[in-house]
Write a protein that binds this ligand. Structure first.
Ligand code: PEP
Ligand code: MN
Length: 367
């Protein structure tokens, strides 16, 4: 089963066809004044699609959960007075009907909802026969199949004006990001559905203002199609996601600084790229060979430990090894985060290898 798309990507947003497609507006609609002031400032800065959450999925109860349907009247005013298209999140059938009834132009399905096939199916059924663009955020968990499944459910209801929003993935580890970007997942989505526009949501990836530019630029360098960024007329006073929102002017500054590179251009450029890719392929093959050798040695250590009745995990040794590799890695310009991830993963694989060897030895001795 594939995804049936209108090939003229973004034909649904009229003059905003030029890349990158920009959607901006506050995390939440809070008051008519906040919505109108933000929308007018964004519109004056060239933004053509306005976003605002009307119903907010909050992690804990008793936080601000959105103004509800009343805010849709303010969205209508935004449309009438600025000419911008309006967009909001829908999480259930009632939201869909309310949004459609009030003339919202584009709807999106949030990360918590797209993780739930029952909820997505209900929304899809409510949308049957409606020709509205639908943006599907990645599910909170890093599962590209689930993301594609949500897109398919919407597409099967007859919606062809589809795009994906990459907003990062939840992890228990503390990282620089509020939601780890895990770029390989939207890249895989692009490989699987090449014509599907991908819009990056740096705001929910970063959770702060400092990293927004780098994440936006990276999305452009990966040839993704657009950005959805939260912007509030007075970010520090925002009722939700205050630390990640930008003023409309700061947003303009960020967008003006973005460097847009060509993807399919000059054949010579393509060729250089192909050569560099070949180098990468060779290096990756070398890495695999090194991993193989390393695991062989780990296996020998496993046998040795078994013979001498030692435990598999020698924490002091692991701690020393990690510190040394971190030192070396940082000296070589690699990030601590990267070295940690790689060596934790190598260590885990070594332990698995040693466990197998110990159990095999046991069985052969028992026999
Ligand atoms: C939002 O865009 O305001 C939002 C709640 O996002 P997400 O579903 O990505 O958390
Ligand atoms: Mn938000």
């Amino acid at each position: 089963m594939g995804i049936d798309l209108k090939l003229e990507n973004f034909s649904w947003c009229g003059e905003c066809i030029t890349r990158p497609l920009i959607i901006a507006g506050p995390c939440s609609a809070e008051s008519e004044e906040q919505v109108m002031l933000t929308a007018k400032a964004l519109s004056a800065n060239g933004v053509k699609i306005f976003r605002a959450g009307i119903w907010k999925p909050r992690t804990r109860p008793n936080a601000f959960e959105g103004v509800g349907s009343e805010g849709l009247k303010w969205m209508r005013r935004v449309k009438e007075e600025t000419g911008m298209l309006t967009s909001t999140e829908v999480a259930n059938v009632k939201h869909v009907y309310e949004a459609l009834k009030n003339g919202v132009d584009i709807i999106w399905i949030g990360a918590r909802t797209s993780a739930n096939p029952f909820a997505v199916q209900d929304i899809a059924d409510a949308l049957r026969g409606v020709d509205i663009p639908v943006l599907v955020k990645n599910p909170v968990n890093p599962d590209v199949e689930l993301w594609i499944g949500a897109l398919e459910r919407i597409n099967n209801a007859g919606i062809t004006k589809l795009a994906a929003i990459h907003r990062g993935f939840s992890t228990y580890d503390k990282t620089l990001f509020r939601n780890e970007p895990q770029w390989q997942i939207p890249i895989e989505l692009r490989r699987r559905i090449p014509d599907l526009p991908i819009i990056t949501d740096p705001s929910h990836i970063c959770g702060n203002r400092q990293l927004l530019y780098d994440v936006s630029q990276k999305a452009m360098d990966l040839n993704f199609d657009g950005l959805i960024i939260e912007s509030h007329i007075n970010p520090d006073k925002a009722l939700s996601d205050a630390s990640q929102q930008l003023t409309p002017d700061a947003l303009k500054e960020l967008l003006d600084r973005l460097i847009l590179r060509e993807s399919d251009g000059d054949p010579e450029v393509e060729l250089n790229l192909a050569e560099l890719r070949e180098q990468i392929d060779k290096l990756d093959d070398k890495l695999i060979n090194l991993f193989e050798k390393r695991m062989q040695v780990a296996g020998e250590i496993g046998s040795h430990k078994k013979e001498n009745n030692l435990t598999i995990l020698q924490s002091k040794r692991w701690d020393d090894l990690l510190k040394k590799r971190l030192n070396l890695g940082v000296k070589k310009g690699l990030s601590e985060e990267f070295i940690l991830k790689v060596f934790r993963s190598i260590h885990q694989e070594s332990i698995n290898r040693q466990t197998v060897i110990m159990n095999t030895d046991d069985k052969s001795k028992d026999a």
